[in-house]
Write a protein that binds this ligand. Structure first.
Ligand code: ASP
Length: 598
């Protein structure tokens, strides 16, 4: 035993997780953390852990007394160096749940490299997970968990696969600045005040969008970057102020060139990095935005299960039911979904679900339950036997099914039923967790009308190319202009968006004008882009798959924070370093920043 650390100490010959039966008989030196300890009839067992895994160390009572005394003191998470002999475990003592379970290391010498205080929580198992803020405060400990370590390794594999694949396809990785000018992606900018130019600010990029397009003007042809994006958005749902994208851009391409490239990458990558995941289809489906909205009520459909939305307006064209009549006479639709094996849902459940429907914009939620005694449910009193028969035939409803209706303006009916469809997915476990249902959503409208501000906004971002045949509808009928934009979706998430870009100055100008920018604003905000387009900009396009959500799905994690090493918490704080935080008055002075009274 040596308590002191010798400057020349050789910390390890092997990692803990790599030892197998083939190493039996070898003398090894390991360094790692004490994951667990057990004492059994005078023998102590440590599980020693490093990133590669865990191995059992056996400490027999025949070691020198001072070693045994030291072993007495050793607690969880102490950092030890163990010299010992790899030995096959006696028959019957193997542990099939451990990768190293066929062997154990018989300790000969033990060095304490560093003791540890009692940790605020256990990291050797996920039982008794503390609350998330505690985990994030001690993230450097939380990451010691096998589960989080595996997530980091998986994330590395995903990124490495992307880099290798794109390298083989002739892409080069180019870094672009973090301190730049505002690049609109629909969020607020994070600003960095300049000390040298008081009163002026850099903006952190919401994405490298402008820069990657300028790289195309620069002739870089095929670019990618594992890019950090910064968006100051409301912290709704599973979002982070900064996140990572595989940002890519290509010259001289049409839409399908970009889609084929990315589909090829993902189709090869998934089995390589996450073999337990299956792809729904090869090639992936291409679904128009309109079809997605009609069938799934959303532009990010979960395709792992059916329950598609069906339009049954024709069946109820002459309905006596006031609710149906009202919708149709005001230009709306009657649509429904069929929930399997749900005819016996209780009154209480239906009421709760009606609240869900209302929160999505519905005024009510008529239902028909198909039972052996005919149809039941809130709409049953108002529908004729004929209507029921036609309905059952059209939507293929069987005994035991529950039919849920939305009768409203089409957009609302879609949204309501799209939401209910996902609700049933979760309730009835309709989606296979190991299925990755990738698809492309294509043919997006170019503009979205903002009802609040009464202005047109770009549906994707303002650098997206409209379908050229729609150019003359720009002013006369903006709502009908289609764009050359596309999204990649998987399991109900938007995983990427991209587009063929505007590479002509005149079209880009027109786009900015449509968005309500004055000539002055266009010049100060985007003058550099417009000027670049005058020096021979090649046609180009690209996209940007998000990495956090992808790794989240591959790792079967419920949120992206579990796959980010040091995420912000759900209120946007780094609780480990306590950021954001106040700064020294001197720093503010240098920046010439004064605050109004708090
Ligand atoms: N910059 C876009 C985004 O972040 C993606 C793209 O159009 O390539 O969504």
């Amino acid at each position: 035993m040596s308590g002191l650390i010798n400057g020349d100490i050789m910390y390890r010959t092997h990692t803990c997780g790599e030892l197998r039966a083939s190493h039996a008989g070898e003398s090894v030196t390991l360094s790692g953390w004490v994951n667990r300890r057990r004492d059994h009839g005078g023998v102590a067992f440590f599980d020693l852990r490093d990133r590669s895994g865990v191995v059992q160390i056996t400490i027999n009572p025949d070691l020198p007394k001072e070693t045994l005394d030291l072993v007495e003191d050793v607690r969880f998470e102490w950092v030890l160096q163990i010299e010992g002999l790899v030995q096959k475990r006696p028959a019957g003592n193997e542990n099939p749940n451990m990768e190293t379970g066929e062997i154990e290391v018989i300790a000969k010498n033990i060095t304490v490299l560093n003791p540890a205080k009692t940790l605020p929580f256990m990291v050797s198992s996920d039982a008794d997970l503390p609350d998330e803020n505690t985990r994030l405060k001690y993230r450097y400990l939380d990451l010691r968990r096998e589960r989080l370590t595996n997530n980091m390794v998986l994330r590395h594999k995903v990124i490495k696969f992307m880099r290798d694949y794109l390298d083989k396809q002739g892409f080069i990785e180019i870094e672009t600045p973090i301190m730049f000018k505002a690049t609109p992606e629909g969020a607020r900018d994070y600003l960095v005040p300049s000390r040298i130019y008081p009163g002026q600010f850099y903006a952190l990029p919401q994405s490298p969008q402008q820069l990657k397009q300028l790289l195309m003007v620069a002739g870089m042809d095929k670019y990618f970057q594992i890019a950090r994006c910064f968006r100051d958005e409301d912290l709704r749902g599973d979002r982070q102020p900064e996140f990572t994208q595989l940002d890519l851009e290509m010259s001289y391409v049409h839409r399908d060139d970009v889609l084929d490239l990315v589909e090829g990458l993902f189709t090869e990558m998934i089995p390589a990095v996450a073999p337990h995941k299956k792809l729904l289809s090869k090639p992936w489906r291409k679904i128009s935005y309109r079809e997605a909205m009609e069938k799934y009520g959303t532009d990010k459909p979960d395709l792992r299960f059916g329950m598609e939305l069906q339009d049954v307006s024709d069946i109820f064209a002459k309905s006596e039911f006031k609710v149906f009549q009202g919708a149709l006479s005001s230009g709306g639709v009657i649509k429904c979904i069929v929930a399997p094996k749900s005819a016996d849902m209780s009154r209480k459940e239906i009421d709760a679900l009606t609240e869900v429907a209302k929160s999505l914009g519905a005024k009510g939620m008529p239902t028909l339950a198909v039972t052996s005694e005919g149809v039941k449910g809130s709409a049953s009193k108002f529908v004729s036997a004929e209507e029921v028969e036609s309905l059952k035939a059209k939507v293929n409803a069987k005994e035991g099914d529950l039919i849920l209706f939305a009768s409203d303006a089409k957009a609302i009916a879609n949204k309501v039923l799209g939401g209910l469809r996902v609700w049933f997915r979760d309730k009835l476990n309709l989606a296979d967790e190991n299925l990755m249902a990738f698809a492309w959503i294509v043919d997006f409208p170019f503009f979205a009308y903002n009802e609040e501000t009464k202005t047109w906004e770009s549906e994707h971002h303002p650098f997206t190319m409209p379908k050229l045949e729609d150019l003359d509808k720009f002013e006369s009928n903006p709502g009908e202009v289609m764009s050359d934009a596309y999204d990649m979706v998987c399991n109900g998430y938007e995983m990427a968006s991209g587009s063929i870009r505007i590479h002509r100055r005149d079209v880009q100008m027109k786009m900015f004008q449509m968005l309500g920018l004055s000539d002055e604003e266009i010049k100060t905000k985007f003058g550099h882009m417009l000027e670049a387009f005058e020096y021979g900009a090649p046609p180009h396009g690209g996209m940007a798959p998000g990495i956090d959500r992808l790794v989240m799905l591959l790792a079967d994690e419920p949120n992206i924070r579990e796959v980010i090493a040091f995420p912000k918490n759900q209120t946007g704080r780094d609780v480990m370093a306590d950021a954001p935080s106040e700064v020294e008055p001197k720093q503010l002075k240098e920046l010439q920043i004064k605050f109004e009274q708090k």
